[in-house]
Write a protein that binds this ligand. Structure first.
Ligand code: ATP
Ligand code: MG
Length: 361
């Protein structure tokens, strides 16, 4: 079986460090690894509209931002098909059929959707499109016969839902769809990077993000005002590591060589943590260290972005070509689905023949 990647992001804003460690960085590595036959990267605008129906301009404006973030992180249109969800009409048709295979109560149990409903204060006025977006995600994944979905931990329930749909479809209609697997970041703090405010998840909707396209000064300011340990008031006070966002980010981004480069008084992250815990190490010093590390990671991304920003029409052309290529693949899967579901009436000579025999007899 071919190894195929499908993953993507909602164009509800520029991409942030959570996207980067949760999925984007890995995608680029996988794209360049040569281990995958195909890589599909989707800008999920139709999904973004499920909770932004009244603000289409926001989605429209952010398509290019996400595309620029992709290119500046190293996604390469020569190696990956980058496309926009709404341009692939076949996905809607797949969702329409998959809806028959999922119950309302099953959707209600989805923990990610549950917490997102709370976050958006939908209460009882949940848009149907939003409620059913896990089904639409199953269409996205299966349309491209994806075997592998690199994503953060919030996507696990979506993958589980997709696998259930695949199994149900295949058991009713015969082996047609491919069962995908999630590929979580190996470093578990990257599976759900917290926000700069210490909240459980860095998320555009929570406004607690460091964006890949933030200037060096913006990044520095955000790092310097990050949530740490509220009990660590004076430098001499013993500090907590658990729930301390600065240390969580160090767990995500710090490498051994960073100490020699930016903080030679310490040999390792463990040593730094131990000093913080016993007291005598101020937040400012740790934050400055984190800032240096983040700047090192983000500067090349910012530089590449500047280059791509000079050719916006070229970026749109790249997306258009990606949409055309993606549509061909989705159309092939849809043809297989229609055939399996016995709704390919006009392509089935045998059907027409047997029906005419039936009425002749
Ligand atoms: P929104 O608030 O619009 O939902 P978001 O910030 O949650 O935006 P998505 O577009 O929903 O971002 O997520 C895209 C991808 O990035 C998914 O694979 C998701 O798992 C991953 N991701 C998003 N935020 C984080 C995070 N804080 N840590 C790890 N991965 C993340
Ligand atoms: Mg999200």
């Amino acid at each position: 079986m071919k190894k195929i990647i499908l993953t993507g992001d909602r164009p509800t804003g520029r991409l942030h460090l959570g996207h980067y460690v949760g999925s984007l960085k890995r995608r680029v590595e996988l794209q360049n690894s040569g281990l995958f036959d195909k890589v599909f990267i989707m800008i999920a605008d139709a999904q973004a509209l499920t909770d932004n129906a009244d603000n289409p301009e926001k989605i429209r404006q952010n398509i290019i931002e996400v595309a620029l973030d992709y290119l500046s992180c190293g996604l390469d249109p020569e190696k990956s098909t980058i496309f926009i969800q709404s341009q692939i009409a076949e996905l809607c048709e797949l969702s329409f059929y998959y809806m028959n295979l999922v119950t309302v109560s099953r959707l209600q149990r989805n923990p990610t959707v549950k917490s997102e409903i709370q976050l958006r204060n939908f209460e009882t006025s949940i848009p149907v499109g939003f409620f059913t977006y896990p089904i639409s995600q199953a269409s996205d994944i299966t349309a491209f016969r994806a075997t592998t979905v690199p994503a953060g931990e919030d996507q696990e329930p979506m993958l589980e839902q997709t696998r259930e749909i695949v199994r149900k479809f295949n058991s009713i209609y015969g082996d047609t769809l491919v069962e995908p697997e999630i590929l979580l970041p190996e470093n578990c703090v990257c599976q759900r990077l917290p926000g700069t405010d210490g909240k459980a998840k860095m998320s555009k909707s929570l406004g607690n993000c460091i964006y890949l396209s933030d200037t060096a000064e913006e990044v520095r300011k955000k790092v310097m005002s990050m949530y740490t340990d509220p009990g660590h008031i004076k430098v001499e006070d013993p500090g907590k590591i658990e729930g301390n966002t600065v240390f969580t980010y160090l767990d995500a981004f710090c490498r051994q060589e960073h100490f020699a480069e930016y903080l030679p008084d310490y040999a390792s992250l463990d040593e730094l943590k131990a000093h913080y815990q016993r007291g005598g190490l101020g937040d400012v010093k740790v934050k400055k260290f984190l800032n240096s590390i983040l700047q090192e990671e983000l500067e090349p991304i910012r530089q590449r972005r500047k280059v791509f920003e000079q050719d916006i029409p070229g970026v749109y052309s790249m997306l258009k070509a990606g949409c055309e290529a993606a549509r061909e693949v989705a159309a092939q899967t849809l043809a297989d689905v229609r055939k399996a579901m016995r709704i390919d009436y006009f392509d089935d000579r045998e059907l027409i023949e047997s029906q005419s025999q039936k009425f002749k007899a």
